[in-house]
Design a protein. Structure first.
Length: 178
């Protein structure tokens, strides 16, 4: 398959596995797919910065795999997030929460480079979820209940991983002074 065809030069695209009709690149489905792709690519960068923390690296790798399934589903392929994936994310978040100090309020992003990168990833996950919801509300896509729950839990997972990164480095969280 060629890396370019020139067919999108006029601002249209088609999604893999769909009805093969060309749609505007600015329409809701490409917006959702683009946000998911941006998140997945950034997670690859964060994963490369987390090599000293295998639990974080492993969680990010699993997240990337699941995001590919989400992207395929949104694009119209016959793929779905497996049953139990949301429960696995919840169990990981709960395990991390038992290991780190309890939340006392909002915290300022950063502390360590890895934590800051995970916080950026968290915001990208929330944007991807919003783009997906916009496409759902416009009846442009109909992802599974499991996929929607996964996208909702993903920002919580990334937040927990950011807090864990600080904790493992011995860096205390800072709270904003209002």
């Amino acid at each position: 398959m060629a890396l370019f065809t020139g067919k999108g030069d006029g601002g249209t695209t088609k999604t893999f596995g769909c009805n093969q009709q060309r749609i505007s690149k600015s329409s809701l489905v490409p917006e959702a797919l683009g946000a998911l792709d941006e998140l997945n690519a950034f997670l690859g960068f964060v994963k490369m910065r987390s090599t000293s923390e295998s639990r974080i690296t492993d969680a990010l790798r699993a997240t990337q795999e699941t995001l590919f399934i989400v992207q395929a589903e949104v694009a119209g392929a016959d793929k779905r997030v497996g049953e139990g994936v949301v429960k696995q994310v919840e169990e990981l978040v709960n395990a991390i929460e038992k290991e780190i100090p309890p939340i006392k309020g909002f915290s300022i992003a950063g502390g360590t480079e890895l934590s800051a990168l995970l916080d950026v990833a968290r915001t990208l996950a929330r944007r991807a979820e919003r783009r997906l919801i916009a496409a759902v509300e416009a009846n442009a896509v109909a992802p599974s209940k499991e996929t929607m729950a996964y996208m909702n839990r993903l920002s919580s997972l990334l937040f927990a991983l950011a807090r864990l990164a600080n904790h493992l480095a011995g860096v205390a969280e800072e709270n904003p002074r209002y």
